[in-house]
Every structure is written in structure tokens, then in C-alpha cells.
Design a protein. Structure first.
Length: 382
């Protein structure tokens, strides 16, 4: 099959290949999305690759299912990255959203947040954004970690112990609230028979817990589209509670999937401001833009909390690749508009989705595409 730009201008439809784990496919590929996209000239095509194939056969199978104008995906690992690479050398004009190298950065809770520390926000907002203080225990069961030597001065209690690795596995979401050095010692000494973070000999991130009025703001990004929603979070911890919780470790997992908090529900500590008040939208948009440009990603969300003690101080605590967009009321429009804007840009219209032939031809195609180049490395950033 051959897809060309002149066809597209004449009403040719766009083929978007998608590759997701079954759970993601089920939640994201809704009939409402397929219908809306289809009415606007976009056909979503499932990419299917059998596990039993060898790496090279799997790459060939992906090539056979092409060409696509664009591939969207949330699959990880060497095998999938290799398939994409092979596919891209055959069809360099296909936009791979997003490039695996850019996604990779979100798989480590330190590297994912570096982009936030490097941000320079417009001072007109009178708002500061940072990352809570944090320290990594590379060897959680080493005597230095167990006796808290590694963390001396780096963070203050309470902290949240998070697996450093954030690869989407159930384990990577297992966290613990730790209230003092004794609790941390308990956590690190717990035998490997338990299933919490404590069981892990894998590196752990200790991130300072910030009181934030039990509300987390989730900012969903699709290219330039930004939507901020409120979700329930952990309650604030008072000094009295800290004393009462001495030596304790409280495990939890994926609590931000709980329903949105109701006004007046908060158990905050007599805050001077309303913890439910949404952050200013121009600030959220500027923050999302900065993170998007820094990460060179189009599909992600990030979690922001506001310091209970200072309404001008925000913290970004997590960034997720290709989150649960279907939870947003108008994700069908957001996604379709994003793809159409992208595929209808002049550079994109020049695309001829034919197999690459000679190296020379390929190079000239790359020149044509500039930064949006194929080869699986489209950054699509303005
Ligand atoms: N530093 C912090 N201070 C206060 N609360 C925090 C902090 N870090 C995390 N939390 C709370 O814990 C929740 C889970 O943390 P985090 O987002 O890092 O975990 P996750 O498993 O990666 O989440 P997700 O399910 O969104 O991928 C947050 O939504 C927030 O409610
Ligand atoms: O399953 P849901 O729809 O809730 O989406 C969640 C998504 O799971 P999925 O990709 O398996 O679907 C998670 O991905 P992994 O970290 O586990 O890779 C992460 O992005 C969460 O932040 C998303 O929740 P949200 O932030 O949108 O509330």
C-alpha cells in the first residue's frame, strides 16, 4: 500500500498504528474514540505482534503491517525498541510517538524530575515549582542505609519510600510512608518475604513528604493540549500525628486513582487557603509546556501538589508516560485534534509513506522533515 500527501489533501485517511498492553488498549481504545477519529479521517489500526516470533521476525511483522502515518505506543523493552527501529528504517516518514529514548527518562524517578529542576518559569506567576528533597538508597540493605547514614541531612522526615524504577509494573507503584529514622530502619530490615517496597534490594528513592491538603493536581498533556484535574491524595500529617506514628511504616499503592475529592472533604490542618482551588490555568500551561519541551514528549501527565503552608509553592512529584486519558471527558477530541494538527502541517503533507529505497533518498527525506524527522525520532515540538 502507498499513502501519499496529495491523497491526504484530497481526503485520504490517516492510518495510526497503536501498540499497547491489553489493559491499556481496553481503557484507551474506546468506541467513542474510534468513532470520533473516524469521522475526522483517522483510522486507528491495532498493531499485532505474536510473542512466539523471533526478534527479526517480529520486526518484519511490524513492517508488513505498515505503512502508518504515525505509530502511538506504550510498550517497553529491547524487543519492541528494535522493532520500531527496523520499521523506521523501512518507513522513515512514519512519526513514532513518542521516541523510546525520550520515554526511557521517565523510567527512573530521579531522571524523570530533572526537567522540573531545570525549569525557569515566568516570574509573573509569583509561584515557585520544584521537586521535593529526595535521596536515593542504591543499596537499601547496606549498613549505611540501614543506619540512616546515607540520608543524613539530605531529607527530613516524614518521607515516602518509592522504588527508583518506574516501569509500570505493580511493584513500581508500591510505596511506603515512613515517619522517622526508626521507621526507615524497620522498612529496610524487613525480610524479603514481604511484598512492599521494603522487600526490595532494588534502589529506593526517599522523597520528602510535603503537606498538601489531601489534593493532587494531575495535568494531562497531549502535545499542546493541557487539562488539569483534581484527585484525592494522602492527608496532611500534623506534628502530633508524627509523634503518634513513631517508628511506623505505612504501605500504599496507586492512591491517586481514588475518586476526585469533594469540596469540604479535606482533613487539612486549618489551611489559610482552599486546598481545592485549582492552580491558575496560565501557570499550569506554562509548566506543562516547559516539561514537554524539556522531555521532548507529547503524551504524558504529571502530578503537582501545593504546599499547605505556602500556596505559592508547588511541587512536581511524578511524571507518567501515556496515562489514562480516557478518564478525561473530551479525550476523543483532544487526541483527534492533536493528530490532525500534526498530520496536516505542511512538512507532514510532504510525506510519502513509501518504503525507503536508497540511502540518498532517505537522507533527502530527513532534510525535508527537519526536526520532525522520521527514523523513529520525531520530536514534534514547536
Ligand atoms: N513527596 C510527596 N509528598 C506528598 N505526597 C506525595 C509525595 N509523593 C507522592 N505523594 C502521594 O502519593 C501518590 C503516589 O505517588 P507517585 O505519583 O509518586 O506514585 P506512582 O505509583 O508513580 O503514581 P501513579 O499511579 O500516578 O503512576 C501521589 O499521587 C500523592 O498522592
Ligand atoms: O490505568 P490508568 O488508566 O489508571 O492509567 C494509569 C497508568 O496505567 P496504564 O498505562 O497501565 O493504563 C499508569 O501507567 P504505569 O505507570 O503503570 O505505566 C500511570 O500512568 C498512571 O498515572 C495512570 O493513571 P492516571 O495518572 O491517568 O490516573
Amino acid at each position: 500500500m502507498k499513502i501519499s500527501s496529495s491523497d491526504a489533501a484530497a481526503g485520504q485517511r490517516f492510518r495510526i498504528g497503536y501498540a499497547f498492553a491489553p489493559k491499556k488498549e481496553q481503557s484507551f481504545i474506546q468506541p467513542s474514540l474510534l468513532d470520533h477519529a473516524s469521522q475526522n479521517g483517522i483510522d486507528f489500526v491495532p498493531i499485532s505482534i505474536t510473542d512466539s516470533l523471533s526478534e527479526e521476525e517480529a520486526a518484519e511483522a511490524l513492517i508488513q503491517q505498515g505503512p502508518f502515518h504515525c505509530i502511538i505506543h506504550k510498550l517497553y523493552g529491547h524487543r519492541w525498541n528494535h522493532q520500531l527501529k527496523q520499521y523506521s528504517s523501512k518507513y522513515p516518514q512514519t512519526l513514532i510517538l513518542d521516541p523510546p529514548d525520550s520515554i526511557e527518562r521517565l523510567h527512573n524517578r530521579v531522571s524523570m524530575l530533572q526537567v522540573v529542576s531545570a525549569l525557569k518559569l515566568n516570574s509573573q506567576f509569583n509561584i515557585s515549582v520544584s521537586v521535593p528533597k529526595q535521596v536515593v538508597l542504591q543499596n537499601p540493605q547496606s549498613p549505611d542505609s540501614i543506619h540512616n547514614n546515607t540520608i543524613d541531612g539530605a531529607v527530613e522526615f516524614p518521607v515516602i519510600a518509592k522504588p527508583l524504577l518506574a516501569n509500570g509494573s505493580a511493584k513500581s507503584h508500591e510505596m511506603c510512608l515512613v515517619f522517622d529514622p526508626k521507621g526507615l530502619q524497620t522498612l529496610l530490615l524487613t525480610t524479603t518475604t514481604t511484598t512492599t517496597t521494603s522487600a526490595s534490594t532494588q534502589p529506593i528513592l526517599l522523597q520528602q513528604f510535603v503537606n498538601h491538603g489531601e489534593v493532587v493536581f494531575k495535568v494531562y498533556v497531549i502535545g499542546e493540549y493541557v487539562q488539569c484535574v483534581k484527585r484525592s491524595s494522602l492527608p496532611d500529617i500534623s506534628e502530633q500525628q508524627l509523634t503518634a506514628l513513631e517508628g511506623q511504616v505505612l504501605p500504599f499503592s496507586q492512591i491517586s486513582n481514588s475518586p476526585q475529592p469533594q469540596e469540604g472533604d479535606e482533613h487539612g490542618l486549618g489551611l489559610a487557603h482552599d486546598p481545592h482551588e485549582m492552580p491558575p490555568s496560565d501557570f499550569v500551561e506554562e509548566l506543562a509546556r516547559g516539561i514537554r519541551l524539556g522531555l521532548k514528549l507529547n503524551f504524558f501527565n504529571f502530578d503537582v501538589i501545593r504546599d499547605s503552608g505556602n500556596p505559592h509553592s508547588y511541587f512536581v512529584i511524578d511524571i507518567n508516560y501515556f496515562p489514562g486519558y480516557a478518564k478525561l471527558p473530551s479525550y476523543e477530541q483532544m487526541l483527534t485534534n492533536f493528530l490532525l494538527a500534526l498530520l496536516n502541517t505542511p512538512t507532514q503533507k510532504d510525506h510519502q509513506l513509501e518504503p525507503a529505497t536508497t540511502e540518498e533518498e532517505e537522507e533527502s527525506d530527513h532534510d525535508h522533515l527537519g526536526d520532525r524527522g522520521g527514523g523513529g525520532d520525531a520530536s514534534l515540538l514547536p
